[in-house]
Write a protein that binds this ligand. Structure first.
Ligand code: FE
Ligand code: CA
Length: 545
């Protein structure tokens, strides 16, 4: 269609009266490519911004702004007219929006569940900005984002939260409210943003060996289709505490397993589904994840369903972050996803160097970016599952077992990564992750069979407990706690409570605070610091703080 044709078409669609109500930038932006099915003047009988706003993926001159129009969030289509709908965005200097610095228009398209992802460029480095959206007569809540410092800036301090595993039924999101109230530079969400399981019904189920009734119930059965996944995100994203945390700071997100299916690995699920069928489900899960997260266009899944999720960000000369994807390229778990003993055939497979956690491309990319003397005070590996290679014992069973889903099940890949850090002489690497639904704070050493093993600490790990998954928890009063503490001298703290890790990083010290809530089945509980550890720059190893 020629430009003049499309402009005529636009005028026909809008009618003379409505053109004036649309902004000049919108006409400029879309006159050459106006969708024939544009809904130029949306009207909403209820708030279309019930899923809140978010920002993420900051650079030194911008970030991604996110929202989704969904007046009836859990209905199919979110209660929207299924036509492309214009959304206006604004960025201001201040929370009161006295001075709007930038504004523009985008289309919320039905193909992407009427979500919008606006990539902002050209802002000043190292400062906060406030943003909001408008559609029809509706105005969204205001969010606060921030640009990264300039790449060569001297930075003295960065504070961020590590959190994830937020089963909707297993507790209130009070931890997110506390995160929203922390002064933070960013949030790292390591994954398990949703859980794919069915509504467990009105009665009791078992959770961690105890009877449990869900606080809030999933709608429907286990999720498979794109609309199923969208509805699940709409349920979770409707939570006000979660929205407050999104609106408070820019986020870096990653998926772990439950965004798709428990313990999936590349093209395999845990049930032996043919890979070509599982990939259809994975594509639906990936699309819904993209639709609900403040991700850049480069992460949008294409046809075939790959998502580009590993990437870096730096806070001036202080912190280099490497965000990893340990699901999409990994080898299938050994021993049918079960925990394994060192004398099992699975243990041999764990040491098989042909098996991978990151895939060869990402592994090479990571090693290339982990260099000493690159001018960065700290490097952080921000990923999903624990690297601490924990020996475990359950109940009365004397067998000592290792997780096949964590890095312990990919021991050769773990050796390559720790070996690279050690060989490079890096003494400033911290790992942050989650997945285990407990705080596990540990030093990272070469495993006992590695010829390098000599008791020296290579790096340290803050594995963050869950926001809600596992519900109130048992604290430290259980056999598992006693066994694991006795078996793992490199493990410095663990507790089965809900919460998050707060990292407070300065030039000489990395301080990790293990935040916990005593209960999540009752609302508005206070947060406390269960324990704190410090790592001194250049001297690997956790010290009690
Ligand atoms: Fe989880
Ligand atoms: Ca997980």
């Amino acid at each position: 269609m020629t430009t003049s044709n499309s402009r005529r078409r636009l005028l026909q669609l809008l009618g003379a009266g409505t053109v004036a109500s649309l902004t000049a930038p919108f006409l400029r932006a879309f006159a050459q490519d106006v969708p024939r099915n544009l809904l130029a003047n949306p009207r909403f009988d209820v708030d279309p911004f019930q899923l809140g706003v978010a920002s993420g993926e900051p650079s030194s001159d911008g970030f991604v702004l996110w929202s989704r129009l969904a007046p009836r969030p859990v209905e199919q289509g979110g209660g929207m007219v299924m036509r492309p709908t214009p959304v206006r965005w604004e960025i201001a200097d201040d929370a009161a929006f006295r001075r709007v610095l930038r504004s523009g228009d985008v289309l919320a398209r039905p193909e992407l569940a009427h979500s919008v992802h606006v990539e902002i460029e050209g802002l000043a480095p190292g400062r906060p900005y406030w943003y909001r959206f408008m559609a029809g007569d509706a105005v969204s809540p205001i969010g606060r984002s921030a640009t990264l410092p300039a790449a060569d800036a001297r930075v003295d301090r960065v504070r961020f939260a590590v959190a994830g595993c937020q089963h909707f039924g297993e507790g209130h999101y009070t931890a997110w409210r506390h995160i929203a109230e922390e002064p933070l530079d960013f949030v790292f969400h390591y994954g398990d943003y949703i859980y794919e399981g069915a509504d467990s019904g009105p009665g009791e189920r078992r959770l961690n060996g105890r009877p449990f009734t869900d606080l809030r119930r999933h709608i429907g059965g286990e999720i498979y289709s794109l609309d199923d996944y969208r509805r699940r995100y709409a349920q979770y994203r409707g939570d006000r505490d979660l929205q407050a945390a999104h609106a408070a700071a820019p986020w870096f997100v990653s998926f772990d397993d439950h965004e798709i299916d428990n313990n999936w690995a590349a093209d395999r699920d845990q049930d032996g589904t043919p890979p070509e069928l599982f990939l259809l489900r994975r594509a639906a899960g990936f699309q819904a994840f993209y639709e609900h997260m403040p991700l850049r266009l480069r992460s949008r899944p294409g046809v075939g369903g790959h998502m580009q999720m590993y990437r870096r960000a730096a806070w001036g000369d202080l912190l280099q972050a490497h965000f990893l994807d340990t699901r999409q390229y990994r080898s299938d778990q050994i021993d049918g996803d079960r925990d394994f003993t060192l004398d099992s055939p699975g243990a041999l497979q764990a040491r098989d160097p042909s098996r991978t956690m990151l895939g060869p491309q990402q592994e090479a990319w990571l090693h290339a970016g982990l260099r000493p003397n690159d001018g960065k005070r700290w490097h952080v590996l921000a990923h999903q599952v624990g690297m601490s290679n924990l020996a475990m014992r359950f109940g009365d069973d004397p067998a000592i077992k290792y997780s096949s889903d964590q890095w312990s099940g990919y021991l050769a890949a773990r050796r390559r990564l720790l070996g690279h850090i050690d060989d490079a002489g890096m003494k400033n690497v911290i790992s942050v992750c989650g997945d285990a639904h407990r705080h596990f704070t540990s030093d990272l050493l070469h495993d006992g069979d590695d010829p390098r093993a000599n008791g020296r600490v290579v790096a340290s790990e803050f594995l963050a407990t869950s926001i809600t998954s596992g519900s109130d928890g048992t604290g430290q009063d259980n056999d598992f706690h006693r066994h694991v503490t006795a078996l793992n001298p490199h493990l410095k703290a663990m507790t089965d409570r809900r919460g998050y890790v707060l990292c407070d990083v300065d030039r000489n010290h990395w301080r990790g605070e293990l935040k916990t809530l005593d209960r999540v089945m009752v609302p508005d509980q206070p947060v406390r610091t269960f324990a704190s550890f410090v790592v001194e720059n250049g001297h690997p190893g956790l010290q009690p703080a």
